[in-house]
Design a protein around this ligand. Structure first.
Ligand code: ZN
Length: 290
């Protein structure tokens, strides 16, 4: 994929995993075989693979180059991590080589942004070095939305079993002094700011970039799959506060359908960038260039 420019910003997708991976009932518990059949004409093959009965959805990061910073948005699962989820366990992907191919070394990254602190968004925060988890990006400030961090820190402190992904991918950043807790509407630089998109997790944020007459927003996991635009009240199986997640999605779709806002959902397959259009009482995703 070529670099997508939004004015002065350059954006590259760094894919970790792609292809059919998610059981429909797990990703979208309200989904039924009948509904998959009803929408087969646009779901297959991009979003659903009937051979395996799996949803197609990538795990990917975004490299965002600004005039002032080289920023990584969302760190996928990462390599060599022990995970209960077989999809994520002990990965050994070429993600770092793909980052290099997009024009950034780990040393170049000076800011890491996480839409939220689930395992598929924080993994590359750290790497294994001599048996220790250390920051992958030695020169980066890692910005965590304060409510998101404090929520997961409290959950981890109260849990009988520590949250492995917090222990190996978030807390080492704090220990290294590279974390910075920020408000959910934090402005990173002129034209680049966070906004609250809560529900999927308590401190989930969207990341806005605006320049040259274009405005894009990385919405993370606020919506996982385009069927959630057809059925805005469907939550993922991983959402924390479902009524709030629905309200956030409905409010956002309403706003996006009224504007030219370029929407960048974390788990939509390439080309990933698109706009939200009204479709009867609901919405649909229109991929760029199609
Ligand atoms: Zn995710």
């Amino acid at each position: 994929m070529p670099t997508r420019n939004i004015g002065k910003y350059g954006i590259d997708m760094i894919i970790e995993l792609e292809g059919p991976r998610f059981e429909p009932w797990r990703l979208l518990p309200d989904c039924t075989p009948e509904i998959l059949k009803e929408h087969a004409s646009w779901l297959i093959p991009r979003h659903y693979d009937p051979e395996t009965d799996l949803f197609v959805a990538p795990i990917q990061s975004f490299l965002l180059k600004t005039p002032h910073h080289t920023i990584l948005i969302d760190g996928c699962f990462g390599n060599h991590k022990d995970r209960p989820n077989p999809m994520a366990n002990q990965l050994n992907t070429r993600w770092l080589e793909r980052l290099a191919a997009a024009g950034a070394t780990p040393e170049d990254i000076d800011i890491v942004l996480c839409s939220h602190l689930h395992p598929d968004h924080v993994g590359w925060n750290t790497k294994l070095e001599n048996g220790q988890w250390v920051p992958t990006f030695p020169n980066a400030k890692y910005l965590f939305a304060e409510p998101e961090f404090t929520h997961w820190e409290a959950v981890n402190n109260a849990a009988e079993q520590p949250l492995v992904h917090l222990v190996d991918s978030v807390l080492p950043i704090v220990a290294a002094g590279q974390s910075q807790l920020v408000p959910m509407d934090h402005e990173v630089e002129d034209g680049l700011w966070l906004e609250p998109m809560i529900g999927h997790s308590p401190g989930h944020v969207g990341i806005n970039v605006e320049d040259g007459g274009e405005h894009a927003i990385f919405i993370g996991d606020m919506t996982h799959h385009p069927l959630q635009l057809t059925y805005p009240d469907w939550c993922s199986g991983f959402c924390d506060d479902k009524p709030m997640a629905i309200k956030t999605r409905r409010d956002f779709c309403e706003r996006a359908a009224e504007t030219d806002l370029i929407v960048v959902p974390a788990h939509f397959p390439p080309p990933t960038f698109g706009t939200i259009m009204r479709d009867g009482d609901a919405y649909r995703f229109h991929y760029e260039g199609e």
